[in-house]
Design a protein around this ligand. Structure first.
Ligand code: GDP
Ligand code: IMO
Ligand code: MG
Length: 450
């Protein structure tokens, strides 16, 4: 039998002390709606109790906001546990990595006094190349009215190359001799698409190659076979918080296809995106916003009337963290919530942004749909049907007293409590943590999440 022993070159001090390792190896936090549920805030809050925080899917299409004693941060690639000095942060193989964005993020964090020596990237993570970014933008323009409304960061084209088996992986940037012929083949192919289909300028092999070699030099200190680090962490009883990006309704298979992202953002992506077996993931926590938002194209049946939507958007600053685009705002859709809960098997839930509903005379919850006059209580499989869904609402009394900043359940107004309880019933999952503001402390931790 081979006894495996991989050491992370002295960069893995958390092996010495376990924070929650005695309780369970890995638990995941997944966005339950269309992304931007407040995952970054919750991960930052929970990471104090966790040895490792890891990303398994998406790329810098994600924008996770963290506000704590160190300042306000928008993280696109670095996991949101980075502000806890003993927490190791891993970008798994399922993530697509734009080296320029990653290096800029690292440099920004360093300049703000954040220790980034505990960040590792899987050497199997696929690289977002300059041609991916251009193709993302050209493909979107070519789609005209049917555009997905992507973030334009090259994420979709990078995943396309991964499945087409012509992608470049981060570890390959360290091996220029093998890289060159692979790059030559890909660039030749991409250039014919760029010039012949899109009438665009071709890429110059030498300059892309030089850029890749330079990236390799700068990324070297971060690259690791991270699946081994994770497996070893599990063996040593460390606790791992898996940070979802995007949300379940943006999942390639289970979301509102084709208005989705190009990865498995639901719980389905974890094992493939990290190299750990499903049996090691012991709890699945869904993060729900107290209402719905969506950025990019695609239906959102509960979209609010413009005046209420605009009021919430401005008060709650519902603008994309990555692109700055205005988010569309809808009432809480419990059909979507229950679907998400069942797809992911949520063992508990987190409710964020409850405070944003403060002062609303009535709060609405969508409990079913009508399609051509017929009542439907499940999430339809085609976008054409989803577009036809007319929400059936249950109206509840709003609350006048503020919930913003509340940290004790007993301080919540009774109407807010009733709203939370009703959501809990509808999503078939206990809500164990409520967020009442963007800051780390503005949190009601009702009971342990698992
Ligand atoms: P993520 O992508 O899921 O991490 O979410 P984003 O960071 O893109 O968007 C969530 C926004 O809500 C950010 O601006 C957060 O600072 C903010 N936020 C998170 N939780 C709360 C909360 O409970 N109340 C309020 N008012 N804002 C919150
Ligand atoms: P976080 O992790 C919200 C959306 C885009 C677009 C669709 C496809 O911050 O919650 P892509 O660039 O991925 O090909 O775009 O997915 N989208 C997100 N929306 N939050 C995100 O991430 C998103 N990541 C992608 O707006 O509709
Ligand atoms: Mg976001």
């Amino acid at each position: 039998m081979i006894t495996f022993c991989y050491t992370a070159g002295g960069h893995f001090p958390t092996y010495l002390s376990s924070k929650r390792g005695d309780l369970m190896p890995a638990y995941v936090l997944v966005g339950a709606q269309w992304g931007d549920e407040g995952k970054g805030k919750i991960v930052d809050y929970l990471a104090a109790q966790t040895d490792l925080v890891v990303r398994y899917a998406g790329g810098n299409n994600a924008g996770h906001t963290v506000i704590n004693q160190m300042g306000t941060f928008s993280l696109h690639l670095v996991p949101s546990g980075i502000f806890h000095p003993e927490t190791t942060c891993i970008i798994g193989n399922g993530v697509v990595l734009d080296p320029a964005v990653f290096l800029a993020e690292i440099s920004d964090l360093r300049s703000r006094g954040v220790d980034v020596s505990r960040v590792f990237i899987s050497d199997r993570a696929h690289v977002i190349m300059p041609y991916h970014i251009l193709l993302d933008q050209l493909e979107e323009s070519a789609k005209g009215g049917l555009a997905i409304g992507t973030t334009g960061k090259g994420v979709g084209p990078a995943y396309m190359d991964k499945t087409a088996r012509v992608g470049i992986r981060a570890g390959e940037l360290l091996d220029p001799i093998s890289l060159k012929p692979r790059l030559q083949q890909v660039i030749q192919y991409k250039n014919s698409i760029l010039t012949k289909i899109y009438n665009s300028e071709p890429f110059d092999l030498e300059s892309v190659f030089t850029q890749c070699v330079e990236w390799g030099k700068q990324l070297k200190e971060f690259l690791r076979p991270t699946e081994l680090l994770l497996q070893q962490a599990i063996t040593h009883g460390k606790s791992i918080l898996i940070e979802g990006a995007q949300g379940t309704l943006l999942d390639l298979d289970h979301g509102t296809y084709p208005y989705v992202t190009s990865s498995s953002s639901s719980v389905a992506g974890i094992s493939g995106g990290l190299g750990i077996p499903p049996r090691d993931v012991s709890a699945v926590i869904g993060v729900f916003k107290a209402y719905c938002t969506r950025v990019g194209s695609g239906p959102i049946p509960t979209e609010m009337p413009t005046d209420i939507g605009v009021d919430i958007r401005e008060r709650a600053w519902e603008y994309g963290t990555t692109t700055g685009r205005a988010r569309r705002i809808g009432w809480f859709d419990a059909v979507v919530g229950r679907y998400s809960s069942r797809i992911n098997g949520f063992t508990s839930a987190v409710l964020t942004r409850l405070d944003v509903l403060d002062g609303m005379p009535t709060v609405r919850i969508c409990v079913g749909y009508k399609i051509n006059g017929e009542i439907v209580e499940h999430f339809p499989s085609t976008t054409t049907l989803f577009e036809q869904c007319e929400p059936i609402y249950e109206d509840m009394d709003g609350w006048n007293e503020p919930t913003v900043g509340v940290t004790q359940l007993s301080q919540l107004p009774k109407e807010a409590m009733r709203y939370v309880k009703r959501l809990e019933e509808l999503i078939e999952c206990p809500i164990r943590l409520i967020s009442t503001g963007p800051n780390r402390e503005e949190t009601i931790h009702i009971e342990p999440l698992f």
